[in-house]
Design a protein around this ligand. Structure first.
Ligand code: PDD
Length: 281
């Protein structure tokens, strides 16, 4: 499996970065995860736009042009293209001569990208859904930046795993923000609702795609904050992410969500999403 590192494609055991890399020392970097189906990246430009936004917010220059990113991804996906892949890329501020929070001038960013097979969704997810737990949102207040500093998300995934759940849904000041690695939607009385973008959550590419699909197919939706109590009363809850698509949540903190089965609105959205995916192929 090849890894792109600073202009070279290397076997994974030869792709090495200095311990002085600021990604290693400070979590000083940003990343993206881009799904690719049959050799075509899904929503590539929105992902690269969000990368630009994360880099601009943290003051790291984008080391590659869009064309260069594209050709890196093409090479990682291979010829003929490997079927379904997820591309991980990260850019750190680079390797500085000493550990100082303020980075020395002239340090070049470290750029890495790798593709791995995207696991197909387990069939039981469509029939039974997944379980989630809720926890206080202990993260920082710049959730729109796709930062590699992910210790809070790691802690929450561990807690979910211990509770036999797939994901942790986070709550700040009584309001739902997002999952540890996904965005959250709820359906109440036929209306789809998701928290608005801003500093509190990542503007998920899958979230936006789901809203665009909803809009194009006459599904009512609102981007509006909602309290955790509303989530507990929801008819349906969904999670969205690039690697997991749109998932139905059927248990929240051990209680059934709505009917306890994946709901009709999710089935509609999933059909739209699957159809959209086949169009990029
Ligand atoms: N995570 N919110 C958070 C905090 C995330 O980490 C992610 C994605 C999302 C969904 O965003 P998108 O639809 O653009 O994938 C929301 C990726 C998949 C990860 O960290 O692996």
């Amino acid at each position: 499996n090849e890894i792109y590192l600073n202009g070279q494609f290397l076997p994974s055991d030869q792709a090495k970065v200095s311990v002085m890399d600021r990604g290693f020392l400070f979590g000083d970097g940003v990343y993206e995860v881009i799904p690719s189906y049959g050799g075509h990246c899904l929503r590539l430009d929105p992902h690269l736009d969000r990368l630009d936004a994360s880099l601009a917010a943290t003051g790291i220059a984008n080391p590659l042009t869009r064309e260069e990113w594209r050709s890196v991804f093409e090479r990682l996906i291979g010829t003929p293209p490997a079927p379904d892949q997820s591309i991980y890329l990260q850019v750190t501020r680079g390797v500085a001569p000493e550990r100082d929070h303020l980075c020395a001038d002239g340090v070049e960013p470290t750029v890495m990208a790798v593709a791995k097979p995207l696991k197909p969704r387990k069939p039981e997810i469509a029939t039974h859904g997944v379980a989630c737990i809720t926890r206080p949102d202990i993260r920082w207040l710049r959730g729109e930046i796709k930062s590699i500093s992910l210790i809070a998300a790691v802690m929450m995934r561990r807690e979910a795993e211990e509770a036999g759940a797939l994901e942790t849904i986070m709550v700040r000041d009584g309001m739902v923000t997002e999952g540890a690695v996904s965005n959250v939607f709820m359906v109440r009385d036929g209306n789809l609702v998701t928290p608005p973008t801003g500093h509190l959550l990542l503007p998920g590419i899958t979230r936006q795609l789901a809203l665009t699909l909803a809009e194009g197919h006459g599904m009512h939706f609102r981007e509006e904050p909602f309290p955790i109590e509303d989530l507990r009363q929801a008819d349906e809850i969904w999670l969205s992410s690039s690697t997991r698509e749109v998932l139905p949540v059927t248990r929240l903190d051990g209680q059934a969500v709505g009917s306890g089965r994946p709901g009709p609105m999710w089935q509609r959205m999933d059909a739209l999403y699957q159809d959209y995916k086949t169009q990029v192929r």
